[in-house]
Design a protein around this ligand. Sequence first.
Ligand code: PLP
Length: 367
Amino acid sequence: MNFINQMEPLIGEEEKKAVVDYMNSGAWLTEFEKTKEFAAMIANYTGAKYAYILANGTVTLTTALWACGLKVGDEVLVPDYTMVATANAAALIGCEVKFVDINRQNLCMDFVKMQEAISSKTKAVMLVTINGRYPDNIEEFASYCRERGIWLIEDAAQSLGSMCDGKHLGTFGDIGSFSFSMPKIITTGQGGALITNNPELAEKIAKLRDFGREKPGADHYLTQGWNFKFTDLQAVIGIEQMKKLPDRVKRKKLIGKLYLELLKDIPQIELVPTNLQNTAPWFYDIFVEDRDKLNGYLKEHNIGSREFYPPLHSEPVYARNTLSYPVATEISQKGLWLPSSVQLSDEQVNYICNTIKSYFLITGSKI
Ligand SMILES: Cc1ncc(COP(=O)(O)O)c(C=O)c1O
């Protein structure tokens, strides 16, 4: 068995042809009609009224907060367990990041702990629908924040293709954010998108990402803005990837079911509850006590796996312990991501699960 990467992108002949065709068409490379087409596909797929493509899924989050009027010193609630970009995006504005523990059932920010963490300084909550999972009461999250004048930004970087109650994740809060970095279900190398149904926020996003221009190409500046734009060279890849998204969502769910079937009887492994009707898992995750040893064993057997993110409150860059974080701390030590590419074959998933079983046999634990 060749080495199975924990994650790798899937780029087909269609993307290669699209790039060549675009280059032959007198390409100007920078963003124009192809980026608009890609944005329209994202709006259409997610059911949002407005979609904008930006340089990556970090500046999308900063732009979302700016669009909501966040400024230096405003408090932003961020889950303790997330990719560091969620917190960094708020820190870039000079906001005070307050970490909130997560719910063990879905690994998203805990609703009760969020309520306890809110202070008079809280201006925004960043709800990360991590790994395509979501709090069952996501609507309540949204209404709770709305009623208190707190902006709800959904960091749905890992959730393209995942739904709740027939609505795409990213459409419950004021603004939803996606990433198209390499490990995502569709990728343009780098890239991100913002979606919203709010016309005022949409207009602000459009200006913030384009130097504050009144309209693209017009050098009249209504507001301060930056250059967080995209390129049509990437957009032509994104368009082809979007055409493949529905099939990828199906395959991601099938791989999830297969992992579940093959791993569910291993007592040393805890599986995170996942509603595979709604969630297209970004990564396939397990909890295991001796995580680092299993991680090493899998690598020896040509299987790439990756440890969960650390709890951010304990990282040197954020080192702060304002609240308590038992769940994020526990699952960060136990969590392991198994190979998760959409092109994984059933045979590879079987091999991975058999290797995990053999690990527990060798280490003397009964299965
Ligand atoms: C939850 C989350 N937020 C934000 C980001 C940042 O996205 P990007 O890498 O496109 O900047 C990522 C990237 O993996 C992510 O997983």
